[in-house]
Design a protein around this ligand. Structure first.
Ligand code: XUL
Length: 566
């Protein structure tokens, strides 16, 4: 009997590159492999995969050549595991059985290919490592990445050129953000015009860069990762309403005076493609060097957050995921887009007709742990007990815990903690420690609900929340999340949601190509692909309490943020 096709998902993240191989019949994970930049490629001298420089370390880059070496090392590990018959699942696997590959890239980073590099890509020699034969392929050795925050001036100029922050957000899905690719490109186009911009024939995102290596040709940017550039037209009218067009005023503003058409030519004049698009076959380099199949298809890569949405199994409008770690992130699948001042609206990577909302909160676990340490000696059992002492709504006590400057809502360079009693009076501390425990959780989940609604999420249509990250192991925390949104909270045993999501997207793109038409993502995924566990159910009436509380929460938040912004 022929082996079931396998699907390979790669994840080119900030700290390393990972692979997840899934079985196409069951979607079970067959094998995983990983490369860590700091540990495995120490000669690049990165910390966490990055180099920081400039005042306050605001200029952050990664060596492009490191990503090349890492991809070879990862494939060498996969081929070595195949040869030795070992795998993380215990089942042997053959790279030759991989029917399609896709990937996930850290969002916003950019790669500058020099003129003539297309030919080098087309003629990749399987006998020579990528790092050697592409050493001279770039107009710039280092790639600016998402952690860079040095483009404040470019953001202000872009918003001014596009009619203000609200107009830019309406057109591209986000107001100008320092890490967004358009602002990164604008800085290089203006300051390194002759040395880089004019010598460069193509600018890739991290996702489309890695995809180009697999294809042996420049890969287009997909519309989901493209929504993290400030250069995309999220909801262009007419035939380009699918989000594949660039936004001309933003291109012109970010071109360093070279003109919008010049920048469009470097980004891909034909625009972007939906993330489920199969772009072509795997190039010979990977076939001859690692034993991949010449029939293996390459599905467009996307950003790490869009891929995580796919890996967590979000399937239809009303599905929400909340990841609680050092920072907290919320993803929503939404039928409509109403981009606002805070948060991001992206195209949905598994459904070109809908949208993905994304909210990033800087203050996550550290704020919760601070309360747990101060009031419960770090004992989460005690934390849960105190939480249970007060009913949803916290008898009017509200708190904002921005232990470091927050990004949603933006508090500029300032952080701080502010508590209000039931009469809206600012207080230094609550009388009851249980009020503090409840306030730190309610404040965060109310902010998720408030800002989610601000970008088009309809709370009444939310049907379930999938929780991941460290804090998702804590049922008491998940109960408050269920109560605020009025829906069940589910958890998932799988980890590595970005590379798993990339593997699922490879499977999805392949199904669409074979059908010759778009296949809905839930139909392409094998039944039971993700084993969820229900971790919390909303308490009767709790959601209505929070609905009533929201306008007051918003008013207090606005007052506090205003005081921080000065
Ligand atoms: C999202 C963001 C990060 C990067 C790296 O906007 O900046 O999540 O995608 O993970």
């Amino acid at each position: 009997m022929a082996a079931a096709p396998l699907y390979l998902g790669l994840d080119s993240s900030t700290q390393g590159v990972k692979a997840t191989v899934v079985d196409g019949a069951t979607a079970a994970v067959v094998h995983r492999a990983a490369v860590n930049y700091d540990a495995d490629l120490p000669h690049f001298r990165t910390r966490g995969g990055m180099h920081a420089s400039g005042p306050q370390g605001a200029v952050v880059t990664s060596p492009t050549g490191m990503w090349l070496e890492a991809l070879d090392l990862l494939f060498a590990r996969l081929a070595g595991d195949e040869a030795s018959g070992t795998s993380t699942s215990g089942a042997p696997f053959r790279l030759r059985d991989v029917a399609a590959v896709s990937g996930s890239g850290q969002q916003h980073g950019s790669v500058y290919w020099r003129t003539g590099a297309a030919r080098m890509l087309r003629e990749l020699d399987p006998a020579v490592p990528l790092g050697n034969q592409l050493a001279d392929a770039f107009a710039r050795r280092d790639s600016p990445i998402w952690a860079d925050s040095s483009t404040g001036a470019e953001c202000a100029a872009l918003e001014a050129a596009c009619g203000g922050a609200a107009a830019l957000s309406a057109a591209t899905g986000s107001r100008a953000y320092e890490r967004f690719t358009g602002n990164q490109i604008a800085k290089i186009a203006a300051r390194e015009r002759a040395s880089c911009f004019d010598r460069c024939e193509r600018i890739s995102l991290v996702s489309s860069f890695m995809c180009s290596l697999l294809l042996g040709a420049y890969a287009p940017v997909d519309t989901s990762d493209g929504s993290g550039t400030n250069l995309n037209h999220l909801t262009a009218p007419g035939p380009a309403g699918d989000g594949t067009a660039w936004f001309a005023p933003a291109l012109a503003a970010c071109s360093g005076g070279a003109g919008g058409d010049a920048l469009a030519a470097k980004l891909g004049a034909a625009g972007m493609v939906p993330a489920h698009t199969t772009l072509g076959g795997l190039c010979n380099y990977f076939v001859y060097r690692y034993g991949m199949s010449p029939a293996c298809r390459v599905v467009a890569w996307s950003g790490d957050n869009p891929c995580s949405l796919a890996g967590l199994g979000l399937q239809q409008a009303g599905d929400v995921a909340v990841s609680m770690g050092t920072s907290d992130t919320m993803f929503t699948m939404m039928a409509n887009a109403t981009p606002g001042a805070d948060g991001h609206v992206l195209r949905n990577p598994v459904d070109p007709a809908s949208f993905m909302g994304m909210l990033c909160f800087k203050n996550g676990s550290l704020a919760r742990e601070d309360v747990s340490n101060r009031l419960c000696g770090g004992d989460w059992g005690k934390f849960a007990q105190l939480l249970g002492e007060r009913a949803p709504g916290n008898a009017g006590a509200v708190g904002f815990y921005y232990t470091s400057p927050e990004i949603t809502p933006t508090t500029g360079a300032q952080g701080g903690v502010q508590r209000y009693d039931a009469a809206d009076t600012p207080v230094d501390a609550f009388d009851d420690p249980a009020a503090e425990v409840r306030a730190v959780l309610e404040g965060k989940f109310l902010a998720m609900r408030l800002f989610g609604e601000g970008i088009g999420m309809e709370t009444a249509s939310v049907r379930r929340i999938i929780a991941t990250g460290g804090a998702s192991n804590n049922p008491a925390i998940l109960q408050v999340l269920a109560d605020v949104f009025g829906v069940p909270v589910l958890t998932l045993a799988q980890s590595d949601s970005a590379s798993l999501g990339a593997a699922f997207r490879a499977l999805h793109g392949h199904a669409c190509e074979q059908a010759g038409a778009f296949v809905p993502f839930p139909e392409a995924l094998p039944a039971g692909a993700l084993a969820y566990t229900e971790a919390a159910r909303p308490a009767e009436g709790a959601c209505a309490v929070y609905g009533k509380m929201l306008p007051r929460f918003r008013r207090l938040q606005e007052a506090y943020v205003k005081s921080l912004l000065g």
